[in-house]
Design a protein around this ligand. Structure first.
Ligand SMILES: [Zn+2]
Length: 202
């Protein structure tokens, strides 16, 4: 097999959820594809990371050159409910369910010293800033994966709210137990909608 084709298979095989057999099939698909498609594909990949930035308020992904995302700018979204998620993909999942009309805050992960993720690596300060600048009480929905890292993250947020004198303005809730068996991205729409509707105060 030509070296360049072998290399392509190795690169594709590096992707998650792609087995070697699928990688080989995809490599041959690309080899036989239209030249314009391939150029477009290569160009999109080359510019992908440089074309994306983060919202200064909530941390969600936006086009480079913009500062604030559409949800943070929208007057139609409720200001007094902030759904706190680990990753942008979690926000996309909740947005797709169309049940939630508030705003988001993307932490960028959960506290996990064992994996090298510390408090300073996550988008906490912006969250506390948002809460402290708010004129009246609000709800924070902790909407993410139930695991040890997330528990540590929720506990940290609760203790900081207390320490900063913000706790009395904030009602903290978590999704109902519907999602406890799996990750947010794998939840079906009905489970997700019920889990948000039946959320419980912490
Ligand atoms: Zn935003």
């Amino acid at each position: 097999m030509p070296e360049s084709l072998k290399k392509l298979i190795t690169i594709i095989n590096f992707l998650p959820w792609i087995w070697e057999k699928s990688a080989t099939k995809l490599a041959f698909f690309l080899l036989n594809s239209n030249k314009n498609y391939l150029e477009n594909f290569a160009q999109t990949l080359t510019h992908l990371q440089g074309s994306i930035s983060k919202c200064w308020t909530c941390g969600s992904l936006i086009d480079a050159g913009k500062h604030i995302c559409e949800i943070c700018r929208s007057q139609e979204r409720q200001k007094d409910i902030i759904c706190v998620v680990e990753e942008y993909l979690d926000m996309v999942t909740i947005e797709n369910s169309k049940i939630f009309k508030g705003r988001y805050h993307i932490l960028g992960g959960a506290i996990s010293p064992i994996n090298g993720v510390f408090i300073g690596d996550l988008n906490f300060e912006n969250l506390f800033k948002r809460i402290s600048e708010f004129d009246w009480s609000l709800e924070l929905i902790m909407a993410t994966n139930p695991n040890i890292e997330w528990e540590a993250t929720v506990q940290y947020i609760l203790s900081e709210l207390e320490k900063r004198g913000l706790k009395k303005f904030v009602k903290v809730t978590r999704l109902s137990r519907g999602l406890s068996s799996g990750y947010l991205e794998y939840a079906d729409n009905i489970t997700l909608i019920n889990s948000i509707k039946e959320r419980k105060e912490i």
